[in-house]
Each structure stands twice: as C-alpha cells, then as structure tokens.
Design a binder for this molecule. Structure first.
Ligand code: SR1
Length: 325
C-alpha cells in the first residue's frame, strides 16, 4: 500500500480496511453499486473487504461481527433489516469504527444515511405515467414492504393515488429474492389475467419491471401495457429500447456512483472530516423515447451524456478522486 499523496491520515499511508456488507448482491443494481464502491476504494488505496449478501439477516449480522474482528476502520452497510442490525452496528460504533448506511434506516445520528432521492424517483416516474396516460387508468403495483427505498417510493404512490381518484390500483404483488424478476413475472401473469383492464404498471425496482415485461410478453399483451420503473443498467436499456417494449420509462441514478459516494462517506469519517447526516444522489428520468432518440445502449454511454451518471458532488473532498467513470 502506497497511500495518497496529500491525503489526511490514515489515507496518506494507504491500506485502510473498510468492509462493504450487503443484504442483496444479486442483480444489476447491486453489482454496479459494488463495482462503484470498489473503484472508489481503489482510488483511495483502501483495502475493501466485500461481504456478499444473500437476503439473510442472520448472516448479515454475522458479517458485521466478522468485519469488527478483522479490525476494519469503516463499514458500509448496503440494505438490510434495521431491526436485526441495531445492536451489532452499535458494537462497531463503540469500537470507533465509522459506519455508513445505504438504503437501510439505522436511525443513529453517528451514521450518515445515503439514498437516491426515492421520493423524487417515484414522483418523476408517476408524472411521466400521467403525461402518457392521463389521470384515469387501472394500475398494477409492485411493492414489497420493509425495504427503505421501496417504502419511500410507496409513500409517493399512496399520495399519488389520493390526489388522482381516477387511478385505481387493481392489483398489488411483488417479491424480493435471488429470483426477483422471474418470481414477479409469475405473480404478474396471475394478476394481469385476473385484471385484463390494467394498462399501467408501476414497478419501482428494475428487477420488478423486468418481471412485468417478461409476463406481458408471455401473455402477448405487451402492446396494451406501459411499465414505469426505477433503476437502470445496460441490460435494462436494451429491454427498454427493444422493439415493442412496454417498459416506457425509468428514473435512475448510476448505482456505481452511489457505491462510490458510500465509500467516500466512510473515508471522510475515518479521516475525521465532516459528513452530512443525509446524503442524496439525484436521479434522472429516462424515457424509452429519449433513450432511442439518443441512441444510448449502455450505462457508459449514458454517463457521457448525463453528468450525474459519471460523478456526484456528494461526500467529496479535494484529496478524494471523484471522477471514476
Ligand atoms: C429491494 S430494494 C431495491 C432497490 O434498492 C435500491 O434503492 C435500488 O434503487 C432498487 O430499486
């Protein structure tokens, strides 16, 4: 480890150990988030220990204890169930370890909370749904309670329905697992068969949207359905822009940028520098029309066109390289 010239201790020497402990690792969003965290860690000569998530709360607790025993200086906790994390996270804090939470509400003033402006994600997607469909339509909604970003997006969905009496939620479904898209597709098929008058599906997680698209094409009804989602990946761009795709809009950040921001928040704390309690990464609306018109095929091409997809000004300092993608 060589360290970073001009950086505050301990980054001037390098080799600072930080753990990334995820609740979910499967899927494009989480893989890109991890890649961004790794890229930022490399730029700071951080020794990043990645603990894979398997949607297992007991395993995530165990991983936090393992990270404490490894002598890490910082821990980034990526999703999880707050009720199963409080005491082990407190053990880390008591040992002087700096903790950052992404998309899991740890409700502790010592822990910066990173999120992607989830209210704005849902709001922009639903505004686009109104632009395309008016304020009178039958909707399907994909939701699993207990995940902080989905709960925040759900607050906007509830508000939207209260303000638009003509929008009727005919069916609600969803699951989060290591087979989210295919399991959601099975649920969607049943819901759309029982409710053939659904014309819009709000699916605010790309794995959900992928499941809805799969179901619509299996049922042969892609032409009469419109899907509005959150998140984007290179594979999602291909699905959205494909001929006849019902997936007409998504609202997203670059998850790699969010991963990088999370590691920067840990590094700033380890260096004894100030970090805001709430750190938000702003999303952008990406419509099928705009992606097709721009000829964008990959996240890298998107990053060339949308500055927020290549970097964020959240949790930066002059000694931290911020332009990574
Ligand atoms: C199960 S929670 C899935 C969400 O987490 C991140 O916030 C992504 O945006 C994804 O939609």
């Amino acid at each position: 480890a060589g360290g970073i010239a001009g950086a505050p201790a301990p980054f001037d020497k390098g080799g600072v150990k930080v753990a990334l402990i995820s609740y979910i690792s499967a899927g494009d969003f989480f893989q890109a988030y991890q890649a961004g965290a790794e890229a930022q860690a490399k730029s700071l000569d951080i020794d990043l220990r990645v603990f894979p998530g398997r949607q297992d709360a007991a395993e995530q607790r165990e991983q936090i204890l393992q990270a404490i025993n490894l002598g890490v200086s910082g821990i980034v906790i990526d999703h999880g169930l707050p009720e199963s994390l409080g005491d082990v996270v407190q053990q880390a804090l008591d040992k002087g370890i700096k903790v950052v939470a992404f998309d899991v509400n740890l409700n502790n003033s010592k822990i910066p909370q990173v999120e992607q402006s989830d209210h704005e994600i849902a709001d922009l997607a639903l505004k686009q749904a109104v632009k395309d469909n008016g304020t009178k339509f039958n909707a399907g909604y994909v939701y699993v309670a207990g995940f902080a970003p989905l709960d925040r997006r759900n607050e906007i969905w509830d508000k939207f329905k209260a303000e638009n009496a003509g929008v009727v939620e005919k069916a609600r479904f969803g699951n989060v697992s290591d087979t989210t898209a295919t399991t959601t597709a099975d649920q969607v098929k049943a819901a759309l068969t029982a409710n053939p008058d659904i014309s819009v599906v709000f699916a605010p997680y790309d794995e959900f949207a992928r499941g809805v698209k799969l179901a619509a094409s299996d049922l042969g009804i892609a032409g009469k359905l419109k899907i509005y989602s959150a998140d984007v990946s290179t594979a999602d761009i291909q699905e959205i822009t494909a001929d006849g795709s019902p997936w007409v809009a998504t609202v997203a950040t670059n998850p790699a940028v969010v991963g990088a921001v999370s590691v920067r928040a840990a590094a700033l704390q380890i260096a004894g520098q100030d970090v805001p309690h709430q750190i938000s990464v702003k999303p952008a609306l990406l419509t099928q029309e705009s992606l097709r018109a721009a000829g964008v095929k990959t996240i890298e091409e998107l990053a060339q066109k949308i500055p927020a997809f290549s970097t964020s000004d959240a949790a930066t300092a002059s000694w931290i390289p911020a332009k990574l993608f």
